[in-house]
Design a protein around this ligand. Structure first.
Ligand code: FEO
Length: 133
């Protein structure tokens, strides 16, 4: 059974954004799978790096769309993205400095982090961005 799966209630209705979110969900699930299979620090580190890289890519794409749509909550949303990137970078630093394993709590944090952001913040721009879909 998957640790983290996409659910339809996470859908925003903008294909590129939904595709990004699905990929981020798969990346977090892949991180859990790599850990469950006992992969070493190198594999876990590379998976975590991919997650960070894709998170930044996604946030940038979303910010551009918000700006194109003239979304009034852009500044606040961008601040949240910046904070989320800081948190995930700090997590990677702790991982690199530690014993090379990610705890279930850390993976739970990543899962909740993404779900909360999508369900609370991304859903807020749904109507404003619908014209771009
Ligand atoms: Fe889909 Fe605001 O991140």
């Amino acid at each position: 059974m998957a640790f983290y799966s996409w659910t339809d209630n996470m859908q925003i209705g903008i294909a590129s954004i939904d595709d990004d979110h699905k990929r981020l969900v798969r990346l977090i699930d892949g991180l859990h799978e790599a850990m469950a299979k006992g992969h070493g620090k190198a594999v876990l580190g590379a998976t975590l790096d991919e997650l960070i890289h894709y998170t930044k890519d996604h946030f940038q794409r979303e910010e551009q769309l918000m700006q194109r749509a003239g979304y009034h909550g852009y500044e606040e949303h961008k601040r949240e993205h910046d904070q989320l990137v800081k948190e995930v970078l700090a997590l990677r630093e702790r991982f690199q400095a530690g014993n090379g394993m990610l705890s279930v709590q850390v993976l739970g944090f990543l899962r909740d982090w993404l779900t909360t952001h999508i369900m609370r913040s991304d859903k807020r721009y749904e109507a404003a961005m619908a014209k771009l879909a």
